[in-house]
Design a protein around this ligand. Sequence first.
Ligand SMILES: [Zn+2]
Length: 397
Amino acid sequence: MRPIIKFLAFSSVILVTMVATAGQQADPRAEVLSWRYHQHPDFFRIVLDLEKIREYYSAELTSPERFYLDIFQAKLKPGLHGTSVQINSPSVKALRLAQKNPSTVRLTLELVPGAKKGERIFYLKEPTRLVVDIYSTKPAAISGGDEISSEKPPQPPVPSSSGYSLVRQLGLGVKRIVLDPGHGGKDPGCLSPSGLKEKDVALDLAKRLKTILETKGNFEVFLTRETDINLPLEKRTAFANEKGADLFISIHLNASPRKNRTGVETFYLNFSPDPAVNELAARENASSTKNIRDMKLIVDKIIKNSKYQESRDLAEKIHRNLLQHLTKNYGPRQDLGVKGGPFWVLIGSEMPAILVEASHLSNAKEEAALKTDSYREAVATGLFHGIMEYVKSLGKG
Ligand SMILES: [Zn+2]
């Protein structure tokens, strides 16, 4: 994870996408074509029709209470700039749409003081729409059901019943493993209070795990980086693909503003409805240099990711084994769960791929432990047990 940076100043979901960068000739900005809004029984919904999916940022401001959404690399259709409407809803008083600067569109909501309970922001496809739902503390008197009430948030893909692991169906085993120590070079990842860097701990853990996998497991193991170098996220899975790896494991350390948070959190690639997961992914994705013209590519890759089932399975086994091993040797810690999350480093892998946040650099106890060889060895051993359980479940280990 990266240090607690600006993202934590924002309470809302930060969609983790990459901003399309300027093409040679074409205007890279996506046009906001139209917008509409409607009061539903328990939320106020605003829908923006966009040409293409673009990264956004949202935050709240005070005196007066406002909520805004900035859409990057976007422009308003002529005539929409400066649009302002008064609203009579339990949570929203007024809406404004403006071209904040040449590449940013800002939607501002003037809020009824104290009435906003939360919000939800998500994209819908075909046509591309950005949906903002504002939940209020008081229900509206109006009943829902109108032209936009059919717009539901995207659901995580459900694995097909026939698709349980091509790896299993073909009886394939695991021979080659790529380990990916998070961050590196100018990107230190997150820092512990005493200055321990995520990039250094992750590299050391990966090296230890490599040794165990080679000696006890007889695997062929490659590291995406063996030294303190900067490596773009998209090159990491590309490396694993080039190597023809059977598994890809990205190793990270967590940090939380809640200093008492401990334990293990493990991810496979998917959308997430959880703002905390999206914030974490935003931090882990922050160093990406990849330019993407359209998020559709990412969305399609997530949905069509044939390794979805295997990745989740691998994540579960690694998570449980690491947690058990650390708990057994170092006492109870929090089970933060196995979750889907939109992590750049997992996109594009041709093999089961997971990202593990092995411990917390932000927690004093885990930080102190992470400074010791024995704890690092225990983390590597826990990860090894998880990998072995997965491999054995394929019937070829
Ligand atoms: Zn990280």
